[in-house]
Ligand binder design. Structure first.
Ligand SMILES: C[S@@+](CC[C@H](N)C(=O)[O-])C[C@H]1O[C@@H](n2cnc3c(N)ncnc32)[C@H](O)[C@@H]1O
Length: 277
């Protein structure tokens, strides 16, 4: 990694490095090795809105251990994955190699992606599902996305809804209570959590994180200010991880929904935007 990480990124990278061994057990990677057509639940959920990726150059920002990245390659895209966690990229390279997927993986902060990727430009920037909450400045992120796209290329993101990120996830009743910032705030919010979103007997050895919320209006405005035009914005009542323990039930592709009163709250959203020709 050429560029020095920012202070909050150093804290967060240590956390992600320590989650990787737990995720290697919890993500059930053998499903990708055993079935050459297996797609992650996240990408399966996206297929209806994602359109045909065959032959397109796609960069997957914050690709983690590569499960969604390999799934995008299985849809026919030429994929590049980018993440700032060396352990995550080691795991992603191994998964790609074991499954015969030809994917380039690049170690970099998202904020330095245009220089890390050199002259490469893409038809699609794909990201989300726990990506934006690690980024301090949504306008800077949107400028990175625009810089990576060819004219006419598109951003596709499905992400945890900012209302969900603002909720108190530690309650044991069925009330939905706002606790954390909805809007982007300088410095973000510090958290301490020895667990991760994948069930494990083991604890996360670097439990400190600094996370950032961005309101839906802030995200849309940042995308527009960076020169992209919105082509889809859909809010969903489901999410691919369980944020509210016993209040939730899971469907067959792994999406979680509230058992009761699911019309009360958006849990994720899909946003697509096109860079001007
Ligand atoms: C929740 S994971 C993404 C999950 C992914 N959707 C999946 O399930 O495979 C978040 C990823 O963002 C990466 N990350 C966090 N902050 C980053 C930054 N500033 N630059 C690059 N990667 C970052 C972490 O290393 C981690 O792999």
């Amino acid at each position: 990694m050429e560029n020095e990480l920012r202070d909050f990124e150093k804290v967060n990278r240590a956390n992600w490095e320590s989650r990787v061994p737990l995720h290697l057990e919890g993500y059930q990677l053998d499903r990708f090795r055993e079935d050459p057509e297996f797609l992650s639940g996240v990408v399966r959920f996206d297929t209806a809105r994602l359109g045909d990726l065959a032959g397109l150059d796609v960069v997957h920002l914050q690709c983690h251990i590569g499960t969604d990245t390999v799934s995008l390659a299985r849809l026919g895209a030429r994929v590049t994955g980018l993440d700032f966690s060396p352990s995550a990229l080691d795991a992603a390279r191994e998964l790609a190699s074991d499954t015969g997927a030809s994917i380039e993986f690049v170690l970099s902060s998202v904020f330095d992606a245009p220089s890390a990727l050199g002259d490469k430009r893409f038809d699609v920037v794909y990201t989300g599902i726990g990506a934006l909450c690690w980024l301090s400045d949504i306008c800077a992120w949107a400028r990175v996305v625009a810089a990576l796209l060819r004219p006419g290329g598109r951003l596709y993101i499905r992400e945890g809804h900012p209302v969900l990120w603002a909720m108190d996830d530690s309650r044991d009743d069925d009330l939905l209570v706002l606790r954390y910032p909805y809007f982007e705030i300088p410095g973000g919010t510090a958290f301490y959590d020895t667990s991760t979103y994948v069930a494990s007997e083991r604890v996360v050895s670097s439990p400190d994180t600094i996370q950032f919320n961005h309101g839906l209006g802030e995200i849309v405005s940042a995308v527009m200010a960076a020169g992209m035009t919105l082509t889809q914005l859909v809010e969903h009542d489901s999410v691919p991880w369980n944020p509210f323990a016993d209040q939730m039930e899971q469907d067959e592709i792994g999406e979680w929904r509230l058992r009761e009163g699911r019309e009360r709250i958006p849990l994720t959203y899909t946003l697509e935007a096109v860079k001007a020709l």
